[in-house]
Design a protein around this ligand. Sequence first.
Ligand code: GTP
Ligand code: MG
Length: 333
Amino acid sequence: MTEKTASEKIEEEEIVIDVDEPELTVEDLPGVGPATAEKLREAGFEELLAIAVMSPSELAEQAELGEAVSAKIIAGAKKMADIGGFVSGTALLDRRKTVQKLTSGSPNFDELLGGGFETQAIVEVFGEFGSGKTQIGHQLAVNSILPLDKGGFDGEVFYIDTEDTFRPERIAQMAEAVGMDPQDALDRIHVARAYNSAHQILLVDEIKRMSKNLDVKLIIVDSLTSHFRAEYIGRGMLAPRQQKLNKHMKELKQLSDVNNALVLVTNQVMSKPDAMWGDPTKAIGGHIVAHASTFRLYLRKSKGGRRIARLIDSPNLPDGEAVFTVTTEGLRD
Ligand code: GTP
Ligand code: MG
């Protein structure tokens, strides 16, 4: 890790939270010595706010501390953490002006999204098998590397692959089609295979660490829900599953805000047999995933290899549909 100068750090903070005081660290908490600080960091608690919003039993479990100690640490964090607070609409509009848009390669699709996939957002793409979710992931990965004047982000891509469906050959094909050296493209796409949901969650921490030295512009989790779905089975597991998913999505959203990056998550729909009992177009993960996503896209297959994307519940765009195709070159109208 390269050390950043104080002025560089302050500059970054100004973009994100507009503070000029040095940030407090876990060591500043009452009763936290080097060993406890290490435990907190290892459990992923770098920021005071993250500690302030925990319950003593949760913190005790996750950081392997006693409950009494945890309660004391949380109380301290509540007093010292920067809770955020209220900002003016003008400040928010300024923040909106920093939003960047990424092309999908299909003008129809881009138009549906008001010009492309936005940064500072989580986009959830859900649909049945073969509807094109993974293809969208691959295409956005390639396009992220494009220069800004070509609809890209000129940034690094992090791809969390839970289903072992990332294909470098496919990236190479799509890169060549947009006139990019496939090798350059593959060099800037960082892929990790997540073996279970806990690993998937840890990989987000790893991206956070790597974002200190790399310009993270796109994070893909393909699929967001498959491990959770396989591991948490039965009614009694629903609440813990949703809690974990909720926290996972909050961490992803934070990454997107801090780095002015786009997060793309894919999600399956209920399988066909479930259609007897419920809506076959319902995404897995329920309200938690739906609510945590900024934009939701429902994909379905249509005649002649075409795909239809429907935009649902957007905060600032009309609901609507776009037709696109998946070709050897990638996504096109
Ligand atoms: P699941 O992960 O199984 O839920 O599906 P998905 O929604 O991720 O589907 P995916 O994005 O993998 O889409 C697969 C489909 O994309 C294939 O059935 C093909 O129609 C299309 N496809 C994939 N690769 C190519 C290619 O190289 N050329 C063309 N023309 N089509 C492709
Ligand atoms: Mg897929």
